[in-house]
Design a binder for this molecule. Sequence first.
Ligand SMILES: C[S@@+](CC[C@H](N)C(=O)[O-])C[C@H]1O[C@@H](n2cnc3c(N)ncnc32)[C@H](O)[C@@H]1O
Length: 304
Amino acid sequence: MNRIVQGDNLTVLQSLAAASVELIYVDPPFNTGKRQSRTQMKTIRDEAGDRVGFGGRRYRTEVLEQQNGGTGYGDRFDDFLGFLRPRLVEAHRILSPTGSLFFHIDYREVHYCKVMLDEIFGRECFQNEIIWAYDYGARATKRWPAKHDNILWYTRDPKRYTFNLNESDRIPYMAPGLVGATKAARGKTPTDVWWHTIVSPTGKEKTGYATQKPLGILERIVRVHSNPGDTVLDFFAGSGTTGAAAARHDRSFLLVDESAAAIAVMEKRLTAYAPRREDMPLPRVKKTEARRSTRAPASRRSRQ
Ligand SMILES: C[S@@+](CC[C@H](N)C(=O)[O-])C[C@H]1O[C@@H](n2cnc3c(N)ncnc32)[C@H](O)[C@@H]1O
């Protein structure tokens, strides 16, 4: 069954059975210190406009306010690892014996997260650090522009895990002339560096959700690391890319996000797969705990 759940993911994770999910992919906030939102602009013909287009026509641009504020989320944590740790401990508990976790992050926090995941899963269960490389957007001029994300792959068991390499899409050889026509036509399996464009701001795949990840990346993960009929869990689901990849390859999905805007985007995107929509009640906080947390200094508060 396909499910979309609105609520804090820690509460949802605590309600799931141990060893029940074959594949977990998560793309949490990256702790960039900024608010993540996609600014949508509209260009309007206007003789008094400040932009000159084809044939000397003038235009003005307008920011679409509702979109701009609606699909964003805060991405700043006083205690990022303190926020993530209990959720990843639950993820480890929920994974099936042959299951995998894919944890998507970037250069700012990847080293801290890897040490934490080594502690939770055991160093021997670390399998790969996948580099998703892209080339889009502004280019820094004072240092090398950062154009990659990091995806850490951990398995529940160090040796026995789902890895259907033959199910992977294939990529072109860099020097096809060196390998012969048959091999060149077939392409080769990817390495741990995955070149893939970002979701095009004007393409069909775009949902308008800030930080939406490419379907091609998720499809490769789903096909290689799960089997048809399995359940795929994403508890930082955003626009539901993991759900789309799972459903396109005959897996079920369980998607969790606390944001109403994310839930709305997912429901629209995944309508064809008839997901059941659920709300997770907020955990009850004892009065004494509530008082203590309101008195805690801001610098010590985490988002758990
Ligand atoms: C980077 S986005 C995920 C984007 C997603 N991979 C996609 O392709 O659209 C992170 C998401 O985590 C959600 N989130 C942050 N904290 C959460 C929490 N405690 N419980 C549930 N969702 C949370 C945010 O609302 C946001 O939608």
